[in-house]
Write a protein that binds this ligand. Structure first.
Ligand code: C2E
Ligand code: CA
Ligand code: CA
Ligand code: CA
Length: 279
């Protein structure tokens, strides 16, 4: 039996692809990263179109890898999801983001909302409600300052269950945003059934606005729909003044994007917040 185990191992290692080996190495270093606190949150402002005032932030995770440098979420979130490390990672993100909001409040800045991205894996787990409630309680944070961002595909995977979860979060006072809106498959009639507070128009539509008639029409339609359903509409990926002008002319409530600010580490974002207060 001992020999057979050895043979199996040789068989396995011979056929294990380089890719898998690399993933395995990344997995163990991500595990370590969580322990050694190599993860950092960056913050991007969400701005009221009419006034230019920062109303909230979106937290965006980065991994300060000791050898590879600063890694973007696309380089490690999929791995975290596959390996289950997304669970401790997400807990860390939520806690860190809420702690930062509380820190800004202590500095007597006007209250800011904080948006946290949820992963599909996290969304279906039972502990989401409990964990979130516990974090808010421990930090003594106002739940109405927390926004959770989910995508259409996460909602459509199991609509009944989604409605249940969202109602639970809403009951706590948390606000719900649909991220990357427009590229998924949710219909307007579907949308009505979900307790949604915010829609974020996907960057791909904003990219060619103004200019591309189809993208202009879609953007206008989403803004109009938001108004009639009393849902706040945020345009993502605003990089140019022409885009801002287009959105402002159509009374899109809020914008987010490089035009206003790139995602920044907390310290730099704090400076931006103080500057934003000045007239
Ligand atoms: P997202 O939620 O759609 O976040 C917006 C992404 O667009 C961010 O990329 C941001 O840096 C980028 N962005 C913002 N403004 C502009 C702009 O004007 N132009 C362009 N070209 N890009 C802009 P980032 O930080 O690389 O994040 C990528 C994705 O990773 C996020 O997309 C989100 O789905 C995911 N993610 C980030 N942080 C977390 C997290 O803490 N947990 C989970 N589960 N996912 C996260
Ligand atoms: Ca997001
Ligand atoms: Ca998005
Ligand atoms: Ca386009």
């Amino acid at each position: 039996a001992k020999d057979r185990g050895k043979n199996n191992f040789q068989f396995y290692s011979a056929y294990m692809s380089q890719h898998a080996a690399k993933m395995l190495a990344l997995e163990s270093s991500l595990r370590r990263a969580l322990e050694r606190e190599e993860l950092v949150l960056y913050y991007q402002g969400k701005v009221e179109t009419r006034t230019g005032r920062i109303t909230g932030v979106e937290s965006l995770v980065r991994w300060q890898h000791p050898e590879l440098g600063l890694l973007c979420p696309d380089q490690f979130i999929p791995l975290a999801e596959e390996t289950g490390l997304i669970v401790p990672l997400s807990k860390w993100v939520l806690r860190q983001a809420c702690m930062q909001i509380c820190a800004w409040q202590r500095e007597n800045l006007p209250p800011l909302t904080v948006a946290v991205n949820l992963s599909a894996r996290q969304f279906t787990e039972d502990y989401l409600l409990e964990d979130t409630a516990q974090t808010l309680r421990e930090l003594g944070m106002d739940p109405t300052l927390l926004e959770l961002e989910i995508t259409e595909s996460m909602m459509m995977h199991n609509p009944e269950r989604t409605i249940q979860i969202l109602q639970g979060l809403k009951a706590m006072g948390i606000r719900i945003a649909i991220d990357d809106f427009g590229i998924g498959y949710s219909s307007l009639s579907h949308l009505r059934q979900f307790p949604i507070d915010i829609i974020k128009i996907d960057r791909s539509f904003i990219q060619d606005v103004p200019g591309d008639p189809a993208d202009e029409a879609i953007t206008e339609a989403i803004i109009a729909m938001g108004k009639s359903l009393k849902i706040t509409v945020v345009a993502e990926g605003v990089e140019k003044i022409e885009q801002l002008q287009f959105l402002s002319d159509r009374s899109c409530e809020e914008i987010q994007g490089y035009f206003f600010s790139r995602p920044l580490p907390a310290e730099e974002f704090t400076k931006l917040l103080w500057k934003n207060l000045a007239p």
